[in-house]
Design a protein around this ligand. Sequence first.
Ligand code: SAH
Ligand code: SF4
Length: 350
Amino acid sequence: MKKIDIRNLGIEDLTKFIEKNGDKAFRAKQIHEWFWNKGARSFDALKNIPKSLIEKLIENFSFPVLEIHEIQKSTDGTAKFTFISEDKKLTEGVLIPSLKRVTACISTQVGCPLGCKFCATGQLGFDRNLSAGEIFDQITLMQSYALETYENPISNIVIMGMGEPLLNLDACTDAIQKLISPIYKGMSPKRITLSTVGLCDGIYTLADMQLGIELAISLHSAIQSERERLIPAAKLNPLSEITDALKYYHQKTDQRVTIEYVLLKDVNDQAIHSRTLAEFCKSIPVKINIIEFNPTEGIPYSKSDDKVRAEFAAFLESKNLIVNVRKSRGKDIAAACGQLAGKITKSDEI
Ligand code: SAH
Ligand code: SF4
């Protein structure tokens, strides 16, 4: 029988197991501190836990962790990490240093089942969800690199790597809770942004959880028929329902949602698109991130011209919307948004 991943056990279940095996309840708290505060990555690392209890844990549970398989460095300082899991699956994370921040972009799935037409991950298909521990490991592993290389810790986390986080909501929110809990990592939830393609059910659940994290939604078109062509999941999550879900998120959290919009040349960058986008944004407090399209072989789109992008942004600003034009980072190592496809360059066998 397959052993349960010990990091999938909540504190109550771990306490029950420990008591049943004749040890003290407070050991569960200590073990969780090892996992989620000190970043322990093996049973051996649980230093102040009695040997007899560790043996029981080993007998009953597994402790799968992600390892670093490869790090690729961009000329602009961005570093792309390829992680490998115990069952030899590849997933990716990216560290993006800037003047005041070190942002970590992390993955929630191996591949993605949603198949957006412009996204390299979407073209891979789906393999499996990452566990809460595997999502958390990406931060632990990239943190050491950030401290060594940039001499600064990770200041912000964006859940914008491989996969759709709202399709792996339990593991994803479990990892977030460990990152923001004052008894574990104690990170400010405002420094964590979760990006979704716009799955309404998940947005409602997230709103009710009141984690205090930032929400970003990948809109890419405010015209339903055109959005469906780019994002197959848009059929089941029409714009009218997304509007309601975002209003609910705002009501519950009092936060301004970020609208992400990748500009695709001659596809969603014309006057009708900026007009419909401005219209869509009228009823919800938002800020808009205009994202440069990052090309990947086999994906039949190209980025909009600089002039078109400037006009698009200027129009939105003229409608009193908050607009950010985001420059791509790490393009030379395929670490930019939408380029994460689990391709490895290292020659050794997995
Ligand atoms: N599944 C989630 C999060 C991962 S994708 C989502 O779709 O939001 C993270 C961001 O990268 C999304 O905004 C997505 O639309 C964007 N993206 C995907 N492919 C891209 C590409 N080729 N160029 C630029 N951004 C891209
Ligand atoms: Fe999945 Fe997001 Fe890529 Fe769409 S854009 S395929 S939802 S990772």
